[in-house]
Design a protein around this ligand. Structure first.
Ligand SMILES: Nc1ncnc2c1ncn2[C@@H]1O[C@H](COP(=O)(O)OP(=O)(O)OP(=O)(O)O)[C@@H](O)[C@H]1O
Ligand SMILES: [Mg+2]
Length: 261
């Protein structure tokens, strides 16, 4: 039997992103207790674990939202110090946060171009940083068409949009970044069936383009469809890594809940 994941795609074995023994404490809470993690170029890793296992904290530590208490992060084998989200972005790490991380008072278009605004040409445009709103709207429309993910009225304030629409803004933003690593924390939780399918297709395309993709999801059947490997976290640590041929829903649930620990 062959599935979409068992093609001849070249998957490099060297990780594009690797995390070694990350510890993150919040006052008395040890959210990460020496967690390891890695994703290779051209693969989708599903990151699973019960509520509170440390998945979102791991993502936010990789993206420079949190400073790790200790531990190391490597990008393409080089040790990096990611002390802000803009550093992460500069390293080609794009993210969709569980809490979306959008600016609610700005429009979808403004959110998509936050930190990478298109400035109008000409002496005054450059001098005063006037935004080229028409160009940004046009690129937004092109991105929505390319990624087959429509945002209704993208000039509207994001804070007035439904949860699913906001999730689309966040996903389009991350996909537009064309990074070498894409981290998605429950990206489709608020989406309907059809939009979910389109996001999964988009994620496969991004993977096939050579990026390393990480998806956090509690929808295990959906994740087992799309992932090339599954990493299981429990109580702030990675406790198991499964390759596709070892995927087994019951086994994963048992490991997540600690039946084997
Ligand atoms: N900013 C914070 N301050 C204090 N404790 C935190 C903070 N963020 C996370 N924690 C704690 O760290 C632990 C891990 O939380 P985290 O959000 O990473 O879990 P998760 O695996 O993403 O869970 P979920 O599936 O519910 O999203 C939890 O005990 C949580 O209460
Ligand atoms: Mg979480």
């Amino acid at each position: 039997m062959s599935t979409e994941n068992q093609t001849d795609r070249p998957v490099s074995s060297a990780p594009v992103l690797e995390v070694k023994k990350i510890v993150k404490t919040f006052r008395h809470v040890e959210a990460l207790r020496g967690a390891d993690f890695d994703v290779r170029a051209g693969e989708i890793v599903g990151l699973v674990g019960d509520n509170g296992a440390g998945k979102s904290t791991l993502i936010k530590t990789i993206c420079g939202v949190y400073e790790p208490t200790s531990g190391e992060i490597f990008v393409n084998g080089n040790k990096v110090d990611i002390d802000s989200p803009s550093v992460a972005r500069g390293l080609g790490i794009e993210v969709v946060y569980q809490d979306l991380g959008l600016a609610p008072d700005l429009s979808a278009v403004e959110n998509l171009f936050l930190g990478r605004e298109i400035i109008r040409g000409g002496k005054f445009g450059q001098l005063f940083g006037f935004l080229n709103r028409r160009a940004m709207l046009q690129e937004t429309n092109e991105a929505m068409a390319k990624f087959k993910l429509e945002i209704v009225k993208p000039t509207r304030e994001v804070g007035t949009m439904s949860g699913g629409q906001q999730q689309r803004v966040s996903i389009v933003s991350a996909a537009m970044g064309e990074g070498q690593v894409l981290l998605l924390d429950e990206p489709t939780a608020a989406l309907g069936v059809e939009a979910r399918r389109r996001v999964n297709d988009l994620i496969r395309n991004i993977r096939d383009g050579g990026a390393g993709v990480v998806i956090i999801s509690h929808d295990l059947p959906d994740l087992l469809e799309i992932a090339d490997r599954i990493h299981i976290m429990r109580q702030g640590q990675r406790v198991a890594v499964l390759d596709r041929e070892d995927f087994d829903l019951e086994l994963i649930v048992d490991i997540m809940s600690g039946a084997f620990v």
